[in-house]
Design a protein around this ligand. Structure first.
Ligand code: SAM
Length: 291
């Protein structure tokens, strides 16, 4: 029998709640494993009814959470259960890799998935990587699994995320490559010494504050840095690159742009960008000891 795919969650909700202003409905939910997250501000509808309808639209969903916001430097979600099983611990699959996460306590950004794959594919065999804002392993795990670096130091400050980071390295069979480290990357990174071929700074809202720590682990021959930040649409990316290269120079490093790209639109005025560049200590250039 031919079943017709409904066009969108919004269309489905419009057909269910005909008496409600259709403009209030979300276009879609974010689906992570068995959990759906919906952003919904309006109080003109019974939230339990809305949750039930969302679960009806997405047949694999067992839990529906209303996302009210994201707070603090650790970017923790504020959610309310509006349907189903209160257990929001689930497994999200991305390009064949498994990420266990408790969606009621941690955020997982699906809009960055292509950038995670692109980064993982740019890693070369045998590299040493420092993933300074590791989360639950979104960058560390595909890097380790796809490109076989010799080591990935995965630093995460949030104990809850660190717990899943450790689990996820085992789930994806990369525990011999990825070394999870609990703590502030600004403090832990410099303890590693000059080991890094590649440094991933997958964070926004003050990434530049961690750049001195990142530079402190750059190998004498240089390292590639993937620097993420939110910027104003338009000239923001160029302004950010100027700030990065000025700081590198002030700290005694050359910086050579490899590429920059928009990861995703964040709001009407801001976008999430990544700037990929090569940093090299200047004193090695002066003494001629660089590789
Ligand atoms: C937005 S998540 C991004 C995760 C992953 N890098 C990605 O881009 O998909 C940022 C992560 O950085 C962690 N974090 C924030 N400040 C940190 C710090 N100073 N040191 C280590 N981790 C930090 C947060 O707890 C969070 O898990």
């Amino acid at each position: 029998m031919l079943t017709l795919r409904r066009t969108s969650l919004k269309e489905f909700l419009k057909s269910k709640f005909t008496e409600i202003d259709p403009n209030i409905f979300p276009k879609k939910a974010k689906i992570i494993g068995h959990v759906a997250l919906v952003k919904f501000q309006d109080e003109r509808i019974d939230l339990k009814e809305l949750g039930k309808a969302v679960a009806e639209f997405y047949p694999t969903v067992k839990t529906v959470l209303r996302l009210q916001g994201v707070t603090g430097k650790l970017r923790q979600p504020v959610v309310e259960l509006i349907y189903g099983d209160p257990n929001a611990e689930t497994i999200h699959k991305e390009y064949g890799y498994k990420f266990m996460i408790d969606v009621s306590k941690l955020m997982l950004c699906l809009g960055n998935s292509y950038e995670r794959l692109r980064t993982a594919k740019s890693v070369r065999f045998g590299e040493v990587i420092v993933d300074m804002f590791a989360g639950v392993g979104q960058f560390s795990i595909p890097c380790a699994a796809i490109s076989k670096p010799s080591k990935v130091y995965a630093i995460e400050i949030n104990e809850e995320a660190y717990k899943y980071l450790k689990i996820n390295t085992i789930l994806n069979n990369v525990e011999h490559i990825v070394e999870p480290m609990l703590g502030d990357c600004k403090e832990l990174t410099p303890t590693l010494g000059r080991v890094a071929d590649r440094i991933i700074m997958g964070y926004f809202g003050g990434t530049i504050e961690a750049l001195p720590a990142a530079l402190s682990v750059v190998k004498p021959g240089g390292a590639t840095i993937h620097f993420h930040e939110l910027v104003s649409k338009g000239t923001g990316k160029d302004e950010l690159w100027n700030r990065i290269s000025e700081l590198c120079l002030r700290l005694g490093y050359t910086s050579t742009l490899i590429c920059s790209r928009v990861v995703k639109s964040y709001s009407a005025t801001r976008e999430h960008v990544v700037i990929e560049f090569k940093a090299k200590p200047l004193n090695n250039l002066l003494t001629g000891t660089f590789k």
